[in-house]
Design a protein around this ligand. Sequence first.
Ligand SMILES: Cc1cc2nc3c(=O)[nH]c(=O)nc-3n(C[C@H](O)[C@H](O)[C@H](O)COP(=O)(O)OP(=O)(O)OC[C@H]3O[C@@H](n4cnc5c(N)ncnc54)[C@H](O)[C@@H]3O)c2cc1C
Length: 278
Amino acid sequence: MKPAPFAYHRPASLDEALTTLAGDPHAKVLAGGQSLVPLLSMRLAQPSALVDLAGIPGLDGIEVDEHGVRVGALARHSAVLASADVRRVQPLVGLALAHVAHATIRNRGTTVGSVVHADAAAEMPAVLALLGGSVEAASVRGTRTIAADELYLGPLESSLAPDEIATSAWFPALPPGAGVAFEEVARRQGDYALAGVAAVADDAGVRAGYLSVCEVPTVVDLTDVPAGGRGDAALARLDPAEDIHATAAYRSQLVRVLTERVVESALVSRRDRAGEGR
Ligand SMILES: Cc1cc2nc3c(=O)[nH]c(=O)nc-3n(C[C@H](O)[C@H](O)[C@H](O)COP(=O)(O)OP(=O)(O)OC[C@H]3O[C@@H](n4cnc5c(N)ncnc54)[C@H](O)[C@@H]3O)c2cc1C
């Protein structure tokens, strides 16, 4: 199918983009287009206008310091994945991004676009939620920070207002001596996962984040749960969804197996990093 007709705007500044968005409640932001364009083509989205961020300078930055990683709205998945600084400061970002789609899609798709598209099957919303990250949002009314635990409201639904542009996403650094791990099961490398788990083990305990399991990215605290019981402990807090890709029973089994495996890997990674003084 072809998209329904829409107006196309390519603002040269963030202010111009925000004013354009504020003037049309049915307009949508276009970033990499890797999720939005298929939705337009299938007419599942029929915005009156697209406000393309591509002409706005300064939105493609990736800033890394010892506190964390700030990814600009136009930074492509591939650029974030290629950054050695990102891998050093928050290794979970790279571990998860390696599973996001295929190289051609990562070359156009943006990490911030993925975070605000709020697909519970996507890797980066689950990572942002697990790490307690946040999104910077701008509108003609000003700017605000949205914590990950206030961002995800439902399937493909974020708390970003229609007139807001997410200018960056913030992934906190991995504390010294902490460990992370990520694993997912997909039919083919690059496909959306049937289920995926990310885990962090640090001084505060052990937590796991789930993608493609529930209707929103979900974080479960598994501190003090002994090996062998982690999968069932996680399932007690999750409600695996059934869809055309997998039954709820199959997803539950993936949660059981992946949780044990990924938490164990995060604990091993923690021991390794502590041994290396990081
Ligand atoms: C075949 C295929 C396979 C894929 N597989 C995966 C996968 O395995 N895992 C995965 O995570 N993703 C996957 N994707 C999606 C891909 O990661 C997208 O790049 C990602 O969803 C981000 O979208 P984008 O930057 O392309 O944003 P767009 O498609 O341009 O936008 C997506 C949505 O977010 C909004 N938006 C985007 N940026 C902003 C912003 N800065 N401020 C406000 N709103 C904004 C748009 O209005 C739109 O509603 C796949 C895509 C395809 C086509």
